[in-house]
Write a protein that binds this ligand. Structure first.
Ligand code: DON
Length: 319
C-alpha cells in the first residue's frame, strides 16, 4: 500500500501528463492568463500533517470557494436565522442563474449559488460594514491558513469582477425588490467581488478546511471555529450544492463534500480524515475544475475516503 505522500505525488504526476485540461475561465484577464498546465494538490491529514505535490504552494484566485467562509461567518453571527433569507436546497442550475428567483420570491435556493452568496455578503455587511466584513473574511482565513504568507485579496481581480459583474448586479437588484438585500447594492456587491478575489495556495486552503474535517475545531489551537452543527450544515450544503448543476455527478464520482471556484480550485473534506485542496485552472462545462475533479476521484479510489464508503482507510492504514 502506497503512503499518502506517494499517492499525492502519483496523482500530480498523472495530472501533469493530461492533455485535455478543460477551459480556463476567460471573463476577466487575470483569470484568462493563468497557465492551464498548473496543478497543485494539498492533503492535510487528521494529525495535521500536510502531504503536498505539484504547485501546492502557488497562490490562485479561490473565487466561489470563498462562499464557504462567508457562510461560516454568517452562521456564527445569526445562526439558523439566515435560513429565512436563503434556502438549503440544491438548485440544479448554473452558478449565476436568475431563473428561480422570480417564482421563489427573491429567496435563493442555497448559499453557494451567486444569488445566495450575495445574500450572505449582505448579512455580513449589515453587521460589519463592507470594509469590516472584508477584514473579517481576511482575518478568518489568515487565522486558519497556517502561514498567511501570500494570502491576500487581489484588488485588480476585485475591480475586474466589478466591471464585468452585470449579472451579479442584476441578481442583487432583483433580490432587493423582494426586500432580501438590506444594504445599498454597491456595498453588498463590493464585499462579494472582494471575497471572490481572495488569493491563496492549495496548502493554505486545505489548512483552512481543517475546521470542517474536525467538526468545527481549529486543528492546531483547539479553539472552536464553529459549532459541530454548523460544520455539518456547511458540509451537507457542499455535498448538495458545492458544484452547482454538477453537484450530483461530483457526489457520485468523488463522494466528498466539495466546493469549487472558477479559478480552478476545489476544497473537499473527508470528515475526521483529511482536508484536501486541489487546483487546476481548466474547467468543465459546469464551471468546475476538470482535472481537480479527476484528481479527487483518484485520491478517493486510492484511500476509500468517500463518505458513502463504510470502510475508509485511516492515514495509519495508508502509510
Ligand atoms: O461571481 C462570479 O461570477 C465570479 N466571481 C465567479 C464565481 C465562481 O467561482 C463560480 N463558480 N464556480
Amino acid at each position: 500500500m502506497a503512503d499518502l505522500d506517494s499517492i499525492v505525488a502519483e496523482i500530480a504526476h498523472d495530472m501533469r501528463a493530461m492533455t485535455d485540461r478543460g477551459q480556463v475561465a476567460d471573463y476577466i484577464p487575470p483569470l484568462a492568463c493563468v497557465d492551464p498546465a498548473k496543478f497543485g494538490i494539498a492533503v492535510i491529514d487528521a494529525g495535521g500533517t500536510p502531504h503536498l505535490a505539484g504547485d501546492a504552494d502557488e497562490a490562485f484566485s479561490i473565487q466561489s470557494l470563498s462562499k464557504v467562509f462567508g457562510l461560516t461567518l454568517a452562521l456564527s453571527l445569526e445562526g439558523s436565522e439566515i435560513w429565512r433569507r436563503v434556502r438549503k436546497e440544491p438548485s440544479g442550475s448554473a452558478f449565476n442563474s436568475i431563473v428561480q428567483l422570480e417564482s421563489e420570491h427573491g429567496i435563493p435556493r442555497n448559499p453557494f449559488i451567486n444569488a445566495g452568496a450575495i445574500v450572505i455578503a449582505d448579512i455580513l455587511v449589515s453587521t460589519w460594514g463592507r470594509l469590516g466584513a472584508r477584514q473579517a473574511l481576511l482575518d478568518f482565513t489568515t487565522g486558519l491558513a497556517g502561514s498567511p504568507a501570500g494570502l491576500h485579496i487581489d484588488e485588480n481581480m476585485a475591480q475586474q469582477e466589478r466591471e464585468t459583474g452585470f449579472r451579479n448586479a442584476a441578481l442583487a437588484n432583483y433580490m432587493r425588490t423582494f426586500g432580501n438585500i438590506k444594504n445599498p447594492i454597491d456595498e453588498t456587491l463590493d464585499l462579494y467581488f472582494h471575497q471572490c478575489a481572495l488569493t491563496m495556495s492549495c496548502r493554505q486552503l486545505a489548512e483552512i478546511g481543517c475546521f470542517l474535517m474536525t467538526g468545527g475545531v481549529d486543528l492546531h489551537s483547539g479553539r472552536a471555529v464553529t459549532t459541530v452543527s454548523h460544520a455539518r450544515s456547511i458540509m451537507a450544503l457542499m455535498m448538495m450544492c458545492g458544484h452547482y448543476d454538477g453537484s450530483g455527478a461530483f457526489a457520485i464520482r468523488v463522494g466528498l463534500p466539495g466546493k469549487s471556484g472558477v479559478g480552478g480550485g476545489i476544497l473537499a473534506i473527508a470528515p475526521g480524515l483529511a482536508s484536501v485542496a486541489v487546483w487546476s485552472p481548466g474547467l468543465n462545462a459546469q464551471g468546475n475544475s476538470l482535472l481537480g475533479t479527476l484528481a479527487l476521484e483518484k485520491l478517493v479510489q486510492k484511500t476509500g475516503w468517500s463518505v458513502f464508503n463504510p470502510f475508509p482507510l485511516s492515514v495509519q492504514q495508508i502509510t
